[in-house]
Design a protein around this ligand. Sequence first.
Ligand code: KIV
Length: 277
Amino acid sequence: MTRIKLNSKARAIRDFKMNSGKITVAEIRAMKSRGAKIAALTAYDFPMTKLLDEAGLPIIFVGDSLGMVTLGYPNTTHVTMADMEHHVRAAARAKPNALLGADLPFKSYETIPDAVANAKKLIVAGAEFVKAEGGKEILPQIEAIVAEKIPAMGHLGMLPQHVLEEGGYKIKGKLEAEHQRLLEDAKLLEAAGVFAIVLELVTPPVAKEITETVSIPTIGIGSGENCDGQILVTNDLIGAFPWFTPRFVKPRANCAAEIKSAVAAWKQSVESPLKKF
Ligand code: KIV
């Protein structure tokens, strides 16, 4: 066997790639090829990003869901680029091994120049990919982002940024026209170069069909178990936003109750310092 001698720089690059554990877009695509499921969660700040990364997630996502679960807005249409950049910068300071993504917020990708400029801003803030909601109608924007070598993730099904126009969060894929549109949009997004697609509130049979049709990973949220991966809003998973929990989420912790009882105990200790708790 011929052994090629590497110079020190090439050795350093090889060792970095081998040892860093840094998750890349190529790795996320490869996970689908080898049948490995992809677990993704949202984070909007430094400590949560660090915790999720230490738990070994391959994707951490700064979603515009932050508008609802951290900024107190009624839906995601109030989230601005300034909000997203601020939270992406905080999450990126955790330097996660996970691939860190971010949402292009409402109205930030209406035109091709806006889509490209705002995607670049999120990358400068520290995101490693961007996500935009929609199919056929945003293909030129997606193609332009990908042409700039910015990895893009698609998002089909229920599109939270369309909630005002749709009048609620509705399951998609029940009607044959929706089923065909979803399938077509998934294929178009794949051809446009997205490396993965979020399927939100898509009927499980349609999500399964899309997953079997496209070669890129599908990441489901409320779309059944037959997607290549799953994503949730972390606050829902850990019971940190107790005022509303989506029907498809089974919280694995009750952080709200933990916080309240810790605060109550501490408050008591301040108010009656001589009493032992
Ligand atoms: O806004 C968000 O957090 C999202 C993910 C849950 C997919 O879009």
